[in-house]
Design a protein around this ligand. Sequence first.
Ligand code: ZN
Length: 659
Amino acid sequence: MKSLWNDADARTCGGDPLKLRIYTSRLLGREPALVLHGGGNTSVKAPATNLFGDIEELLYVKGSGWDLATIEAQGFAPVKMDVLLRMAKLDQLADTDMVRVQRAAMTDPGAPTPSVEAILHAIIPFAFVDHTHADATVAVSNTPDGDRYIHEVYGDRILVIPYVMPGFVLAREVYRRTKCMDWSRYDGMVLLHHGVFSWGNDAKSSYERMIELVSRAETFLEHRKATTVARRTGASTVTGIEGTIAQLRHAASKARGSAMIVRLDDSPEAAGFADRPDVATIATRGPLTPDHVIRTKPLAMVVSNDPPADISHYGAAYQAYVERHKQPGQTMLDPAPRWGVWPGVGTVTLGPTAKDAAIAADIVRHTVRAIQWSESLGGWQALPEADLFEVEYWDLEQAKLKQGGAKPPFAGKIALVTGAASGIGRACAEMLRAQGAAVAALDLNPEVTRLFNTADALGLGCDVTNLAAMQSAVARTVRRFGGIDIVVSNAGIFSPSESLDKMTAENWQRSLDLNLTSAQHLIQLTIPYLRLGVDPTIIINASKNVPAPGPGAGAYSVAKAGLTQLARVAALELAKDGIRVNVLHPHAVFDTAAWTPEVLAARAEHYGMTVDQYKRNNLLSLEVTSKDVAALVCAMAGAPFAKTTGAQVPIDGGSDRVV
Ligand code: ZN
């Protein structure tokens, strides 16, 4: 592992201890083989002068909920050192008391709750302390001879602490072992099955010591020829599995009691792991570090093809595990799996949101590598399940998951929106996503892949009139998110004005293909997934031209009328599956790509109006925007329309030709 330290960057910190602390924390955070998603923690000890002129020794320690890769000054909690050191001497301390007393000892009550390892950081008598869950060191530790190997790797200048529960118990253990110890005899500390600590009196030495300690474990693995991981060569994509993925998501969502996301990883490494003949046994022995259990649960599931995606065995095993360890007053968390290995296919991760599933996917990618290293080193051996249970059901870990406030309305739901690169479609995709949905955004314009490119948004360049392209886009959506719950049929074209006697065959056909037939394909392709969806719904963007057609708009109006009829039939046919189908009829939505300022000015002039008058030319004299339409789509997708199907709702400011 290479040091990312850069003298020029470090100089911009101007020797300020907290700025240097931020700088090297981010260097650690940039290396996923050291820390993943909120894992690890860092601190710096520095004096501060308070309001009364007194100098106080403070520990600036990473706040809970912050990520080392992106941490800022306000991500460090300033805690009084004397209080932390007194806490280390206690025989017992309840977690809730620890948090309460630490918060009360902060010099800024608005700072985040200090890391659960704050007391341990305080005990270590060096200015800078760095802690990671380095893959290589933990992989060496997670083997039958791990204890011996760790001593072999690190010699006697490293403190080795057997596994104990993180938090106060760990801090007390280290305090007891070190209170009469000369710290200068040691360069760092390895916590078996957990991670590494390094320290130093300046930011650079503490950080570079961490890199050096992890590099030693990496070199050890290399010498033992234990760094190879399986990779599938050749075609790495198994086709025809989307139905099983959707069934898996359906079962998991049912087990959890609310919608879940399922994310498939069939990359060469994930597929190579899944192709190992021993995969079902090595994948189900436990996590890389106990810190991961809140994201992955203690055990992986083995996805079965027969019967497809049956997760009942996983739920039963999870329930039995909880029964074996639960204390009075503890209630079982949901029994849905968070990751699984799918022999012959790859790995899957599950989460209450797409972001959670993506975080689990990152953790699993590292876990899968570490499992194979440890297998080459004598066998993957995770912690006993009692230790995993203790962390999984630890109040302080559960608190991490609860951060982030109330659940958005579409959390765990999956929406597919066509015509999503601009105008109404883009507004719909963005608003559904803002309200918690994972969104597949389809558009002919390849720009859509740049606009929607996050853990919860997948932009797909796709011509909706090309059936094969649509099949592929639907399949990619299911592989990425696990299914489809909300279909927004929005892609369309406003045909050139032509009277019927002068209609060109090409324009007529183009309108039918794009405004009508593509929607039929979309419905047909998504019905199998909607049937397995959570509160499934289809929303059709038609037009005010359906109830109130205009001369010269035959190609457009006829196709949109057909589209509305298609939706009505769909509402009739799909009601028995609980799939709602509703139609909206927008009119005069001008903030779309079709309406350039020039076109708008020309139309307004044609009617003898100003642009503003033209925009508000409706009963309510209100301008209707793409966002207004998106808000109606979100209402149709959600609770307000939960008991409505087959409805047609205008969104046009009121039209005397429609009311
Ligand atoms: Zn840790």
